[in-house]
Design a binder for this molecule. Structure first.
Ligand code: ATP
Length: 244
């Protein structure tokens, strides 16, 4: 079943075309990677999927709804069904970890403080943070813990879809591999569908079921990593060199 359908999407900034008719499909339950050289428009496509960035033409359907033509009520419904962890996935520095995780619950759900506290405790535990971390401020925790806290916040509303923008960038190799394992575990445990922008080769091979490669404004490949060697693209031949 398709969770996201990108059809003929064209994106331009001024008269500079970034995407020239992109097509891809993300299926239920997969961890799907958006790959490509720096500046090819991976983050831009992710932002288009979550309605943070308009595009010139084409269509993006998420959970059966076309994001380019939504009424506010439908847009709100969609926002409640996904979680997003951006690269600089800013936790609010003036709020504790628990308060950061509670934020979407306070914004979107009508729940008692006791219920929110219970949900926050559960989210902390599923991302592998300790309950004693709840009262710390972002400045008091490590980079890996910040990513986990950001992930817990993205999962606050029990989303169906999870969007991750370079989740392992800036992490040391051990924390990065730990984060990969966490994503795999949560996908299985929560039945998530995950869309991830990444250029971390270990993450790519350890977590992704399928990928789309954007190069020269087009999707040059969509599929599993098994068939990547046959792709005629300079980016693919260089980037995957040590694995081909
Ligand atoms: P990286 O791997 O380096 O993060 P990316 O593939 O995610 O890159 P994007 O950040 O999506 O690339 O940017 C794609 C192109 O669009 C870049 O050339 C960027 O400069 C340009 N761009 C992105 N956002 C804007 C904007 N708001 N206004 C003008 N140009 C933009």
């Amino acid at each position: 079943m398709a969770m996201i359908k990108v059809r003929d999407v064209v994106t331009a900034f001024g008269n500079r075309i970034i995407h020239d008719k992109l097509n891809l499909t993300v299926k239920k339950g997969e961890i799907y990677g958006l790959l490509g050289p720096s500046g090819c428009g991976k983050t831009t496509l992710l932002r288009e999927m979550v309605m943070l960035q308009p595009f010139q033409s084409g269509s993006i359907e998420v959970l059966g709804k076309k994001v380019e033509s939504l009424r506010e009520r439908e847009a709100q419904w969609l926002r409640r069904h996904w979680g997003v962890l951006f690269q600089f996935g800013a936790l609010f520095s003036s709020l504790t970890i628990a308060e950061n995780i509670a934020l979407p619950l306070q914004e979107y759900a009508q729940l008692s403080p006791a219920m929110i506290e219970e949900i926050v405790a559960f989210k902390l535990s599923i991302v592998g943070l300790k309950q004693s971390d709840a009262s710390l401020y972002p400045s008091e925790i490590s980079g890996g813990m910040k990513k986990k806290a950001g992930l817990a916040r993205a999962l606050a509303m029990d989303p169906t879809l999870l969007f991750l923008d370079e989740p392992t960038s800036g992490l040391d190799p051990i924390s990065a591999r730990e984060f990969d394992a966490l994503i795999l575990k949560l996908r299985d445990m929560l039945g998530l569908t995950v869309v991830m922008v990444t250029h971390d080769l270990s993450s790519i091979y350890d977590t992704l079921d399928r990928v789309a490669i954007i190069d020269e404004k087009k999707i040059v490949y969509e599929g599993s990593l098994d068939d990547i060697a046959s792709v005629q693209s300079e980016f693919v031949q260089t980037f995957f060199k040590e694995r081909l």
